[in-house]
Design a protein around this ligand. Structure first.
Ligand SMILES: *Cc1c(COP(=O)(O)O)cnc(C)c1O
Length: 412
């Protein structure tokens, strides 16, 4: 690989590990299970601990297999550095642990992954004030900003109702105000969209989903895009200011969240995620094509009351999705006509599997209000546009005709 040449998305992933020497000419970075790392010269050990020399010290703070994955994700997002975590939630939790303090304020999209919504409630209990706004219009974000606002948090395409945040204009707002802009890119993945393009400072990816892609490993990551000026962030501790300012944020996250809270990604999971990521573009092409075909078929059927998919012209943010994303993603949701019971419908599916994950190679379905959004209650569900009969579909890579026939036949 020629470092000065710009390669395509998949070429870059496939040849990422080889940019550094790999033991014995391995093509995969090996799974390093050692918890600790020896230094023959103890002065070097001290230099590594003091951050004067790169190197590994203890597996909780870093591991060579995980570091190879971190580099891959940095390349995917065209960022400057990435930190991996045990899960996507550990990555989002790291933002709260490492970057926020009591008295701080956060503006968050109200259309959120359920556990992130719950995390903001936890943060509120710890003195961090969170305003939840309809982020499909930048005006609502702007109106919520206060002098104590430390960051704005949005998802690209919200799960399960597929609202698309006003990504570009929120980026401009955050840039003008010097506020950290955090974008959870899980629903689009770096193949369909790079949040750096709209000014994000930090990018979250739940690696569990499209990047690993096979439902066989959990993981999460935070990527610094290099766009945010950390000297404008009031919560950087003096000890991390010994690094160059572009490194302040990630230095503090690695120490205050990964080291102190320990939600570290294991090397075996990092290997699964790295292998899965090699076919991400191929999988997503099929997934997105299947999702569009399924959404079109369901929308045309009068037994279906509503279909939510950004690829449909009827979707309120179809325009911005067309402008910003390479394709419209593998996630859609729909409501059946009132006389069709959603549980009976799901039970009639032969290929759609009733379960909670998404971004798998297989098509997964779930009755949202009765499962993942049950705990929040009917009022909050209604405010998020979640109908009691809503079915979420994470579309897989099955042969298109098989999938369409399964969802059509189950209608009765
Ligand atoms: C799944 C998901 C997460 C959390 O990831 P886990 O690996 O399950 O912890 C965060 N954000 C979004 C948008 C997700 O879909």
């Amino acid at each position: 690989m020629n470092e000065s040449k710009t390669y395509g998305f998949t070429t870059t992933i496939l040849h990422s590990d080889r940019q550094k020497p790999i033991e014995h000419g391995s093509l995969h970075k090996p799974i390093h299970t050692s918890v600790t790392f020896e230094y023959k010269d103890s002065r070097e050990l001290a230099a590594v601990f003091q951050g004067r020399q790169p190197g590994y010290r203890y597996g909780r703070q870093g591991n060579p297999t995980v570091a190879a994955l971190e580099e891959k994700i940095t390349r995917m997002e065209q960022g400057t550095a990435t930190i991996c975590f045990a899960t996507g939630m550990a990555a989002i939790g790291a933002i709260v642990q490492a970057l926020l303090r009591e008295g701080d304020h956060v503006v968050s999209s109200a259309f959120l992954f359920g556990n992130t919504n719950s995390l903001w409630q936890t943060a509120a209990g710890q003195g961090i004030d969170v305003s939840m706004v309809d982020a499909t219009d930048v005006k609502n974000v702007e109106a919520a900003i206060t002098p104590k606002t430390r960051l704005v948090f949005v998802e690209t395409i919200a799960n399960p109702r597929t609202q698309v945040a006003d990504l570009r204009r929120i980026g401009e707002l955050c840039r003008d105000r010097g506020i950290l802009y955090v974008v959870d890119n899980t629903m689009t993945s770096p193949y369909l969209f790079r949040p750096k393009a709209v000014g994000a400072g930090l990018v979250v990816n739940a690696l569990t989903k499209s990047i690993a892609g096979h439902g066989n490993a959990l993981g999460g990551s935070l990527t610094d895009t290099g766009l945010y000026d950390w000297t404008r962030f009031p919560n950087i501790l003096d000890t991390y200011k010994r690094f160059n300012p572009p490194q302040w944020g990630m230095a503090q996250v690695r120490a205050k969240a990964l080291r102190d809270f320990g939600g570290s990604l294991g090397p075996e999971a990092a290997h699964h995620i790295a292998v899965g990521s090699e076919t991400m573009a191929l999988r997503l092409e099929r997934e997105c094509a299947n999702a569009l075909a399924l959404a079109q078929m369901l929308e045309a059927d009068d037994r279906v009351a509503a279909v939510h998919y950004p690829g449909l012209p009827s979707h309120p943010q179809h325009g911005i999705a067309t402008e910003l994303f390479r394709a419209f993603g593998g996630l859609m949701s729909f409501e059946l006509r009132a006389d069709i019971d959603c549980f009976d419908y799901l039970n009639r599916l032969k290929l759609g599997i009733s379960t909670s994950n998404l971004g798998d190679t297989r098509t997964l379905v779930i009755p949202v209000a009765h499962t993942i959004f049950y705990e929040m209650g009917p009022e909050r569900r209604a405010s998020m546009g979640i109908a009691e009969s809503l079915i979420r579909v994470s579309v897989g890579i099955e042969d298109t005709e098989d999938l369409l026939a399964d969802f059509r036949d189950a209608l009765g």
